[in-house]
Design a protein around this ligand. Structure first.
Ligand SMILES: CC(=O)SCCNC(=O)CCNC(=O)[C@H](O)C(C)(C)COP(=O)(O)OP(=O)(O)OC[C@H]1O[C@@H](n2cnc3c(N)ncnc32)[C@H](O)[C@@H]1OP(=O)(O)O
Length: 433
């Protein structure tokens, strides 16, 4: 598929095929290198292109490349795209089940072409088409928090960067259960996938992972190239029945780094006890003084299980998932809720994709959603961004109301939204894309 974006710009959209040209001259390699320019990465090693091609095919990625026919012949990569954009579909856990989410990734516009509306052109077209295809919502992880609000995305899930002092005073007080052990590399990819599948099925806010994830988690692929990273170790926790219930992969920061630090590459636990046992294991690694991780829950149980909770320091909070409604009845109807109640929401969407008035009726946690005539008096008016933030329960209606993103017209509207959308645990997404 291709179309003209502007007089000199031409957009090509393709899904890499089984017989896609994986040489340096092929459009796939040029697209990858163009994306690499946007994220300040080096060019790809030609040997790695077939592996990346297989991964992108497994993810069923759709790749957009904007070409500028008027580039100087001497320009770096004159025949490469000047802008990239990618999409794929993976499931998002919304409690009552999994919804298919339209994922947006690999958004780059070369510096020479920025602020000419290229991103706006790609994104408005793509969101409209995804809505027409019946996808209930779009999601992304953002490089900067200033970019995607204008396109209707709201920040919805968060993680924390933590540093845990694992010297003598570190002790997990929860009762010991099961066993945790290092696993040989040849079993690690399969176990990483199997354990993540269990986590994904049971974790509100989780997004299914792309092909590369279990490979990077296990060390089969490194950070820079899809070849073995010999510095990554992979340990699995087996519960009391012998079932793999969690894994942690980690890399030592080196003897030059003090205090001696172990960095968690990935940690996935499908039960709370598996999570604490993985930490008990990390705390038992000799010669390590500090363990760092950038993927902890904001409502992490670990400090509540430590003999000395001051071993645990929060170094920062990151937003992870940004959510954009494409079809409000489909998205709200798929989610599970807390309690019962009825509320009329007036959703404002400047892009004209998902706005309108909707009646949300929840009976014992199960929702019915109806698109109604705008004449119906709303109980609350909110931006489509605010609804994206509210959707997974990681941001409270009361906070959105205080921030001016939600206006209540009925006295109990904010309380009711806080109750209905509230969760016993925060939504938690450990998938970046
Ligand atoms: C999901 C992901 O892939 S996240 C990764 C995003 N990519 C990056 O961070 C890589 C580096 N940055 C870039 O490549 C580019 O600057 C992009 C892709 C962010 C923006 O592309 P552009 O084509 O310049 O954006 P475009 O001209 O369409 O701008 C659309 C609007 O967004 C605004 N905007 C664009 N980028 C930014 C930014 N980084 N910060 C604040 N506002 C921005 C523009 O001012 C414009 O606003 P307006 O419509 O109110 O006038």
């Amino acid at each position: 598929m291709s179309y003209d974006t502007a007089p000199d710009l031409h957009t090509e959209i393709f899904t890499p095929a089984a017989d896609e040209d994986a040489t340096a001259d092929g459009r796939f390699t040029k697209w990858l290198d163009a994306e690499g320019i946007g994220f300040h990465e080096g060019t790809f090693d030609p040997e790695d292109i077939p592996t990346y091609l297989a991964a992108y095919r497994a993810d069923q990625r759709v790749l957009w490349g904007v070409h500028d026919r008027a580039q100087p012949a001497e320009a770096l990569g004159a025949d490469h795209p000047v802008a990239t954009y990618g999409t794929m579909v993976h499931s998002l856990n919304v409690g009552a089940g999994l919804v298919e989410a339209h994922q947006i990734t690999a958004v780059t516009v070369r510096s020479s072409h920025r602020r000419n509306g290229i991103l706006r052109s790609m994104m408005t077209r793509d969101l409209g088409e995804a809505a027409e295809r019946g996808l209930p919502l779009a999601i992304l992880t953002a490089s900067e928090a200033t970019i995607y609000g204008r396109f209707g995305f709201g920040c919805a899930t968060f993680t924390q960067s933590v540093e845990v002092d694992v010297r003598e005073r570190f002790e997990v007080t929860a009762p010991r259960t099961g066993t945790t052990t290092l696993v040989a590399r040849e079993h690690a990819v399969r176990l990483a996938q199997q354990i993540f599948d269990g986590f994904h099925a049971s974790t509100f806010g989780s997004v299914d992972r792309q092909y590369a994830y279990p490979r990077r988690a296990s060390g089969e692929w490194g950070r820079e190239r899809p070849i073995e990273d010999r510095n990554v170790r992979f340990a699995v926790h087996y519960d009391a029945t012998g079932t793999p219930a969690g894994y942690v992969s980690y890399r030592f920061a080196g003897w030059e780094t003090t205090p001696y630090t172990m960095k968690i590459v990935d940690l996935v636990a499908s039960t709370p006890s598996a999570y604490l046992e993985l930490w008990r294991y990390l705390g038992s690694l000799d010669l390590v003084q500090v363990v760092t991780w950038d993927g902890a829950r904001r409502d992490d149980a670990l400090p509540w299980s430590l003999r000395d909770r001051r071993c645990y320091s929060v170094k920062g909070t990151d937003d992870v998932l940004w959510v954009r409604m494409l079809d409000v009845p489909a998205a709200l109807g798929a989610r599970s809720y807390r309690g019962s109640g009825r509320i009329v929401l007036d959703v404002l969407d400047p892009l004209g994709i998902a706005g309108g008035s909707f009646v949300l009726t929840v009976v014992d946690g199960v929702a019915q959603v109806e698109h109604v005539d705008t004449a119906a008096a709303p109980d609350a008016t909110l931006t489509v961004n605010a609804l994206g933030s509210l959707y997974l329960g990681g941001v409270q209606a009361s906070a959105l109301a205080a921030a001016g993103a939600l206006t209540a017209h009925a006295d109990d509207a904010v309380d009711l939204l806080d109750t209905l959308f509230g969760l016993p645990q925060e939504p938690y997404c450990i998938t970046h894309f």
